[in-house]
Design a protein around this ligand. Structure first.
Ligand code: ADP
Length: 257
């Protein structure tokens, strides 16, 4: 199989528990280069935990996570400790993550938030990092907000800084975790527009979303997670059609009809 055929992200048999609670019960899925895959499913089904495992924010007990053929996750905390923090930050940068709650540093400007990882992890000079930050902040429509603090920005603008910060690191795959859930409804579209633009440019993405219409329009495939398992998956139309034979999927989708 040549490198382009091989999935960029390959998750196999992933199992994760928090104490007595089994949260991921053997998840397998792939994302190919340039593909946009959305994960939908009821609250508590393990979607966020899955993304956090891929971004090394959680350990897991069984299974594997590979990016471009390389094992990247860690199964236990001793493995985590063996890797230095710099190594961890560098690996994490391969999987840029955008969070529901923005997670910007409040004391840093938009540009400084984007520059931080570029200087610390990617070892860019301050000047080069500033140029890259200006480029990406302009791309997300914030050329007039480059030197503003997060508190001076709307929620939609803050989230666009979050996206600029993630893509500026040139991750192999972008992970989006319900990035519009904390936004007022009138601010959702400005963020989805930026995501749509990135999908059109061929960015590989794995996103957890409650925006079913957006997932249908912007994804190559949708994965329906239920109770820690992949319950259904397929291209949007095929997935929707499976609702006829999958009660849980039907119940979930009926909330959006
Ligand atoms: P989803 O994103 O689908 O809503 P989550 O991955 O957030 O689901 O959560 C899945 C389950 O794992 C839930 O039952 C949640 O309570 C539990 N969980 C998530 N994070 C933790 C944690 N840090 N400690 C204990 N339980 C957790």
């Amino acid at each position: 199989m040549d490198a382009n055929e091989r999935p960029l992200l390959k998750i196999e048999g992933l199992q994760k528990s928090f104490g007595q609670i089994d949260v991921l019960k053997g998840i397998s899925m792939t994302v190919r280069k340039g593909e946009v895959v959305s994960i939908i499913g009821p609250s508590g089904s393990g979607k966020t935990t899955l993304l956090r495992c891929v971004n090394f924010l959680e350990t897991y007990e069984h299974g594997s996570i590979q990016i471009a053929g390389q094992e990247v996750g860690f199964r236990d905390s001793s493995n985590r400790q063996r890797r230095g923090e710099t190594d961890l930050a560098r690996m994490r940068a391969e999987t840029g993550m955008v969070f529901q709650s923005f997670n910007l540093f409040p004391h840093l400007t938009a540009a400084q938030n984007v520059m931080l990882g570029l200087v610390k992890v990617r070892k860019k000079s301050k000047q080069e990092a500033r140029e890259i930050a200006e480029h990406w902040l302009t791309r997300v429509g914030l050329d007039h907000r480059i030197d503003n603090l997060p508190s001076e920005l709307s929620g939609g603008q803050q989230q666009r800084v979050g996206i600029a910060r993630a893509v500026a690191m040139e991750p192999k795959i972008l992970l989006l975790d319900e990035i519009t859930s904390a936004l007022d409804p009138e601010l959702v579209n400005e963020v989805l527009d930026v995501v749509r633009q990135l999908t059109e440019e061929g960015m590989t993405m794995l996103m957890v979303t409650h925006e079913i219409a957006f997932a249908r329009d912007a994804s190559n495939r949708i994965v329906f997670m239920d109770d820690g398992k992949v319950s259904a998956e397929g291209p949007p139309k095929e997935l929707m059609a499976q609702a006829g034979s999958n009660e849980r999927l039907d119940a979930f989708l009926s909330r959006f009809r």
